[in-house]
Design a protein around this ligand. Structure first.
Ligand code: NAD
Length: 290
């Protein structure tokens, strides 16, 4: 048996059609544009390419996408002041920040400068906190993309064993909360789980495994329960190729469904950013008219 491949490009294309319609309707109703400001510090080629790809998708949907660039040596104070100002600009619908920021920059302090209603990556402390309370409105894009994949694949999560490998603020932690919200029994593994030699024990019990670590081949077929659903968030560059965290060849024969890398979670993540921009736009309209 070989796993059914959950094709992120197909899912993204489907999601995009809905988003396009929503964008047209929202803009018509409000009589103004939806505009994303994308903050990029430094000139990392990967980040620039990613911004280009995002802009292309935004263009297709009818969302304005402007890049705001800052030098690599920008200070914390200057970056925060600039982002606060961009966020306050009434023509700005949403602000996003390319990661990683330079090491000396406190990322969370930067995210917290974005108005929670304009925080289209869902990284402001208020938006993160709302997920804990089960009323998240703007969800972190990657975690939302994983949930979108599971939903599209028709996976019922209630009572299932879900194991999240990776516990970052941006992916693993919010994802664990979203899975919990769907009534899965959630286990979160991280570097210390591996150090303690326990990773395999946990992953082997999982009906659904989501891996967001950034380590090629961390998860191999021997760790996977027969019939498990495996979602690979990892993006690693190895010998000029992009690979995930899951060893595809050994896991595919064991899993019932799995996402490929590239072309799994990534394409859907971009769509979640666009969906968040439209949601932010709506929330701002509501606030203005209340
Ligand atoms: P991160 O570095 O912030 O966090 C990594 C997490 O993995 C940490 O919790 C750490 O404890 C854990 N970890 C590290 N080594 C481990 C090991 N050997 N065993 C178990 N756990 C281990 O990373 P991140 O920002 O969450 O990103 C994770 C991966 O997902 C990266 O490859 C990144 O490129 C990718 N990513 C993909 C998308 C997408 O849209 N597909 C979006 C964001 C991040």
């Amino acid at each position: 048996v070989s796993a059914k491949i959950l094709d992120g490009k197909i899912l993204a294309a489907q999601v995009k059609e809905g988003i396009k319609t929503d964008a047209v309707a929202a803009k018509r109703e409000a009589g103004r544009d939806i505009r994303i400001v994308s903050v990029l510090v430094g000139d990392e080629e990967c980040a620039l390419k990613y911004a280009d790809a995002q802009k292309k998708v935004a263009d297709e949907i009818g969302i304005i996408y402007d890049l705001a660039r800052f030098p690599q040596d920008v200070t914390q104070a200057d970056l925060q002041a600039a982002i606060t100002q961009l966020s306050r600009d009434p023509t700005t619908t949403g602000v996003m920040v390319h990661k990683p920021l330079p090491e000396k920059i406190n990322e969370q302090a930067v995210f917290n400068c974005i108005d929670p209603l304009k925080d289209i990556e869902g990284m402001n402390a208020k938006n993160i906190g709302n997920i804990v309370l089960g009323r998240g409105q703007i969800l972190p894009c990657t975690a939302a993309a994983v949930m979108e994949h599971l939903k599209a694949a028709g996976i019922a999560l209630r009572g299932k064993e879900a194991v999240v490998v990776g516990a970052s603020e941006i992916v693993g932690k919010p994802l664990a909360l979203l899975l919990l919200q769907e009534m899965a029994t959630v286990t979160v593994c991280h570097i210390a789980t591996t150090e303690a030699g326990k990773l395999k024990d946990h992953v082997r019990r999982a009906d659904v495994v989501v891996v967001a670590v950034g380590r090629p081949n961390l998860i191999t077929g021997g760790m996977i329960k027969d019939g498990a659903v495996v979602i690979d968030v990892g993006m690693n560059h190895v010998d000029g190729k992009m690979v995930g965290d899951v060893e595809f060849e050994t896991v595919a024969p064991k899993a019932s469904m799995m996402t490929p890398v590239p072309g799994g979670v990534g394409p859907v993540t971009v769509m979640m950013l666009m969906r968040n921009a439209i949601e932010a736009f709506r929330l701002q309209q509501q606030q203005e008219s209340s």
